[in-house]
Design a protein around this ligand. Structure first.
Ligand code: NAD
Length: 515
C-alpha cells in the first residue's frame, strides 16, 4: 500500500539552513554551467552538429548549457524507437510503472535545490518560484503514480448471470510531449510522466529556452529505470520537428502546453489523417490565459491589493494563470488602485539568484520586445500608474507595470501579454464586473475578492473559468488539490493534477466472456 498523497511542502527560506543549502546548490550549478547534453533516442545518446544554446535571461552573456538539436531524421528514428518500445512497455504492471515515478520523485526530492537552481539560471525564476516549480513536478509524479494504481483494474460494470464483463483502460501508444518554458520543470515533468505511467511511450520536445533542465530530468528517469525507447529526448525547432511529430502517422497522442496560436496549429494539423494512419489522434492542448481578479465593493481592500500583486507579478507575470486584469467595483476602485501602485513601487526587480529579488527577468529578447510594445499600447489605452520601464542591457528586466482606467475591449485587456503588466478596469456593479471578467476568448483562471456570499455563489456559476478562486490570488494551483486547466481558448478542458487527467492518456476496453 502506498501512503496517501500529500503535496510537497515548499522550502521555508526564512530558515538559515535552507538558505545556505540553496546557495550551495546555486554554486554547484554555476560550476556546471556550459555543459553539453545529447539527445536520447531509443536509449542511445546522439550528438548533433547543430545545437540549441540556453542562456541565462538575467545575464545574456552566461550560457547555461547547450543541447543537441533534433532534425526530422532523428525525429523519425525516435518515433520508431518509441513505437517499438511500446510493445513491451504497455504490458508492464501499472504498479511497476507507478513505482518508477515514485523512485524518480525520490531522486528529484534529494536533488531538489539543484533542480531549482537550474530554473533560477535557465528560466530566471526567483528562489521561491523555482522551488515551487520543482515541488509541483514532484507532486505530479507522486499523484499520477497513485492515480494509476487506482485505475489499474478499470471500473466496475454489470454482468448478467452467465457472463463476465470487464472494463479497463489501456495505453494509446506513441505520445508527443511539447512543453513550455515557463514551468520548465513542473509542466515538462507532468506532461511527460502522465503518458509514461499510463503505459505510453514518449517523445519529449521541451521549449528551446529551457532544454537543459529537461535533459537533467530525462537523466533522472533513466536512473529510475525507465527502459530504452520509452522516453526519448528530442529538443528541436517547433516548426521543423514539432510539425513533423504532430503530422506523423504513428503519433497517437499529443500533449501540448503553450500558446494559443501554436495550440490551434497543432489541433488543426493533428486532425488530418495521413497515409498509413489507422487511427484518429488525440490532442491535449493547454493554452493561454487572460485572467482577471475581480474586486467587489464589499471586500477586504488590503487583501485585494496584495492578491492582485501576487497574481500579476509572480514570476514577472509569465504564467498562463497570471492575473493581468484587475476589475474593480467603482466605489472602491481608487482605494484599491492606490494600494496596488504603492505595493508595486516597492517590488524589487533584479538577479533571481539573489534571495531578496521579488521579480527576475522575462525569458528572452522577443518577450522583452513584445511586453515593452504592449506597455506602449497600454499608455495610449489607459493611464500609466507604475513601472513602464525596461532595461535589456544585461538581462531582460521590466519594472512591474500598472495601467489604469482601461476600457474592457482595449487590447491590453484582451490579449495575453505574458509579462509584468496589469490593466485596471472599473465596473459599475457586480454584474458588470462579471460581464467584463467573461469578455475575453480565454477562460483559464480568475479570482473574486469579496465578503458577499451571494456574489460568490453567482460567480461559482457565471465566472466562466476552469480555476476560480475566492479571496486569494488566481495563480499557484496545487496538484491533487486544485486540478488545473481552462475553458474556451485556454485549452481542451483537461485538468492537470486532477482525478480525470490520466484517463485522457488511455482508451477504455470492454471484454465480455460467456460462461
Ligand atoms: P509556445 O507556444 O511558443 O511554445 C510551446 C512549445 O511549443 C515549445 O516547446 C515550442 O517549441 C513548441 N512549438 C512551437 N511551434 C510548434 C509547432 N509548430 N509544432 C509543435 N510544437 C511547436 O509557448 P511558450 O512561449 O513556450 O509558453 C507560453 C505560453 O504557454 C503562454 O501562452 C501560456 O499561457 C501558455 N501556458 C499555458 C499553460 C496551461 O496550463 N494552460 C501552462 C503554461 C503555459
Amino acid at each position: 500500500m502506498v501512503t496517501p498523497y500529500r503535496h510537497e511542502p515548499f522550502t521555508d527560506f526564512t530558515v538559515e539552513e535552507n538558505r545556505a543549502a540553496f546557495q550551495a546548490a546555486l554554486k554547484q550549478v554555476e560550476a556546471e554551467l556550459g555543459q553539453h547534453h545529447d539527445l536520447l533516442v531509443g536509449g542511445e545518446r546522439i550528438k548533433t552538429d547543430e545545437t540549441i544554446v540556453s542562456i541565462n535571461p538575467a545575464n545574456k552573456e552566461q550560457v547555461v548549457g547547450t543541447v543537441s538539436k533534433a532534425n526530422r531524421d532523428i525525429a523519425e528514428k525516435a518515433i520508431n524507437a518509441a513505437d517499438e518500445a511500446f510493445e513491451q512497455w504497455r504490458k508492464w504492471d501499472p504498479e511497476a510503472r507507478a513505482g518508477l515515478l515514485f523512485r524518480a520523485a525520490a531522486i528529484v526530492r534529494r536533488r531538489r535545490h539543484e533542480f531549482a537552481a537550474y530554473l533560477v539560471k535557465e528560466a530566471g525564476k526567483p528562489w521561491k518560484e523555482a522551488d515551487a516549480d520543482v515541488a509541483e513536478g514532484i507532486d505530479f509524479m507522486e499523484y499520477y503514480g497513485r492515480q494509476m494504481i487506482e485505475l489499474k483494474d478499470g471500473k466496475p460494470v454489470n454482468s448478467r448471470p452467465i457472463e463476465h464483463n470487464r472494463y479497463f483502460y489501456q495505453p494509446m501508444g506513441v505520445t508527443v510531449t511539447i512543453s513550455p518554458w515557463n514551468f520548465a520543470f513542473a509542466i515538462m515533468c507532468g506532461t511527460t510522466v502522465a503518458p509514461l505511467v499510463t503505459g505510453n511511450t514518449v517523445l519529449l520536445k521541451p521549449a528551446s529556452a529551457t532544454p537543459v533542465v529537461a535533459a537533467k530530468f530525462v537523466e533522472v528517469l533513466q536512473e529510475a529505470g525507465v527502459p530504452d525507447g520509452v522516453i526519448n529526448y528530442i529538443p528541436g525547432s517547433g516548426s521543423e520537428v514539432g510539425d513533423f511529430l504532430v503530422d506523423h502517422p504513428k503519433t497517437k497522442l499529443i500533449t501540448f502546453t503553450g500558446s494559443r496560436d501554436v495550440g490551434i496549429r497543432i489541433w488543426e494539423r493533428a486532425a488530418k489523417v495521413h497515409p498509413g494512419q489507422t487511427h484518429l489522434k488525440r490532442v491535449i492542448a493547454e493554452m493561454g490565459g487572460k485572467d482577471t481578479v475581480v474586486v467587489d465593493r464589499d471586500a477586504d481592500l488590503d487583501l485585494a491589493a496584495r492578491e492582485i500583486i501576487v497574481s500579476a507579478f509572480g514570476f514577472s507575470g509569465q504564467k498562463c494563470s497570471a492575473g493581468s486584469r484587475a476589475v474593480v467595483h467603482q466605489d472602491v476602485y481608487d482605494d484599491v488602485l492606490e494600494k496596488v501602485v504603492h505595493l508595486t513601487n516597492d517590488l524589487t526587480v533584479g538577479d533571481p539568484a539573489s534571495p531578496d529579488t521579488y521579480m527576475g527577468p522575462v525569458i528572452d529578447q522577443a518577450a522583452f520586445d513584445k511586453i515593452m510594445g504592449y506597455i506602449e499600447i497600454g499608455k495610449t489605452e489607459g493611464k500609466l500608474m507604475a513601472g513602464g520601464t525596461g532595461d535589456d542591457t544585461k538581462g531582460y528586466f521590466i519594472r512591474p507595470t500598472v495601467i489604469a482606467d482601461v476600457d474592457p475591449e482595449a487590447r491590453i485587456m484582451q490579449e495575453e501579454i505574458f509579462g509584468p503588466v496589469v490593466a485596471f478596469g472599473k465596473a459599475r456593479d457586480f454584474d458588470h464586473a462579471l460581464e467584463i471578467a467573461n469578455n475575453t476568448e480565454y477562460g483559464l483562471t480568475g479570482a473574486l475578492i469579496t465578503n458577499n456570499r451571494a456574489h460568490m455563489e453567482r460567480a461559482r456559476h457565471d465566472f466562466h473559468v476552469g480555476n476560480l478562486y475566492f479571496n486569494r490570488n488566481c495563480t499557484g494551483a496545487i496538484v491533487g488539490y486544485q486540478p488545473f486547466g481552462g475553458f474556451k481558448m485556454s485549452g481542451t478542458d483537461s485538468k492537470a493534477g486532477g482525478p480525470d487527467y490520466l484517463l485522457l492518456h488511455m482508451q477504455a476496453k470492454t471484454v465480455s466472456e460467456m460462461f
